[in-house]
Design a protein around this ligand. Structure first.
Ligand code: SF4
Length: 377
């Protein structure tokens, strides 16, 4: 992978930390928004204008333009994938997660035979791109991950990982054994809030996590997905940071397929009572963030997972997303067994078939093959 040497994203982010986002959003005028909507290339000021609360008055214009750009760059295709959780052991204390070390439940790490069993069930549903997920623990070290990737490659065309951040050398091993995609969300870009929500464990290291996509890019992943877990910090500023991060990755690693996600925080173990302040994110906010992402970065892949409700997914699907999970379980062993302890609650419980029928009814084409990957070779 060619790497264009430039400032690190941490340096870039430091500049934005000095900005008074509340004031900037507040000072946006309707003229600023109208000018930004009709531009082909958006600068930072345009991004602030379109992410401002006032821009919601123009949501129809944002939706129409996002629809047009999405069809232009991605056609009518929605790429389907599914997650596969292989371990819920975790040494980290992330206050928003059902797998946090604070949560008391019987944990497990799948044996290689169990991984095969889960993979076969998922592959039999038609899934060809799998996202491998684990917590962070010695039980799921690099050798385990490498072996699991090898097993998954027997069942799927494409394997991506969403696991703990690794060193560049370890990423190379995982890539050599068949992984092509890396998903790593910063979770929250606000440093102070990040520190409070990650009570202890290796994940407390903000900078190491922030630089994970760079280690992945240098190691040679073909595709990298980043994102912010919305609800943990003031949301418009978080979306701004995540989009600047995605832009940085496009600029730094030519040829890299960059994806973005804005998952909203979900209840864990049936409860929405969190021990920290949760920032509300409405459906209309989400429509704004997704459509503005498309206007700002025309080629970015946009993911919407089954965290979101069927109604929301059905309504947003034409307006910018390019990848959606379906038929998902977020529990370890969840495809072959009835398991209670999941990382977060799924909202869209439709089968892969049901989800694909909905897409076809909207004249969209569900695909299990990543055409961007096929064309790029
Ligand atoms: S978010 Fe990830 S690292 Fe944090 S507790 Fe959950 S599984 Fe562990």
């Amino acid at each position: 992978m060619i790497v264009i040497s430039r400032k690190s994203f941490a340096d870039i982010l430091d500049k934005y930390y000095q900005w008074d986002f509340d004031r900037l959003f507040d000072e946006v005028s309707y003229e600023d928004i109208e000018r930004a909507i009709f531009k082909d290339y958006l600068d930072d000021g345009d991004l602030i204008a379109l992410l401002s609360p006032k821009a919601q008055s123009y949501i129809e214009y944002l939706a129409k333009k996002s629809y047009r750009i999405t069809r232009q760059f991605f056609g009518n295709v929605i790429f389907i994938y599914a997650p596969l959780y292989v371990s819920d052991h975790c040494v980290n204390a992330c206050l928003y997660c059902g797998f946090s070390v604070f949560e008391k439940f019987k944990r497990r790490t799948l044996s290689y035979d169990e991984v095969s069993k889960e993979a076969k069930i998922l592959a039999d549903k038609g899934i060809r791109h799998v996202l491998l997920l684990t917590g962070e623990s010695k039980l799921v070290g690099v050798d385990y991950i490498v072996n699991v990737v090898r097993i998954l490659k027997e069942y799927f065309d494409e394997v991506s990982i969403e696991i703990y951040p690794m060193d560049e050398e370890d990423y190379r091993k995982v890539i050599e054994n068949g992984a092509e995609g890396l998903t790593v969300y910063q979770e929250v870009y606000d440093k102070d809030i990040y520190d409070k929500l990650h009570v202890f464990g290796p994940k407390k290291n903000y900078l190491y996590r922030l630089e994970t996509p760079d280690r992945g890019g240098r190691a040679g992943f073909r595709e990298i997905n980043i994102g912010a877990l919305l609800g943990l910090a003031p949301v418009r500023r978080e979306v701004f940071f995540a989009l600047k991060h995605a832009q940085y990755l496009f600029d730094t690693y030519p040829g890299l397929e960059v994806g973005i996600s804005f998952p909203r925080i979900r209840p864990i173990h049936g409860s929405s009572n969190f021990s920290f302040k949760v920032y509300e994110v409405s459906d209309i906010d989400m429509v704004q963030f997704i459509t503005v992402s498309r206007l700002f970065l025309n080629r970015v892949a946009i993911n919407i997972s089954t965290r979101e409700s069927p109604e929301f997914r059905d309504n947003i699907v034409l307006l910018g997303p390019t990848r959606m999970s379906a038929g998902s379980s977020t529990a370890v062993g969840g495809y072959s067994e009835n398991v209670n302890s999941s990382q977060f609650e799924i909202s869209d419980e439709r089968t892969v078939e049901e989800f694909c029928s909905m897409l076809k009814a909207k004249s969209l084409m569900p695909t299990f093959v990543n055409w961007v990957r096929e064309f790029n070779g």
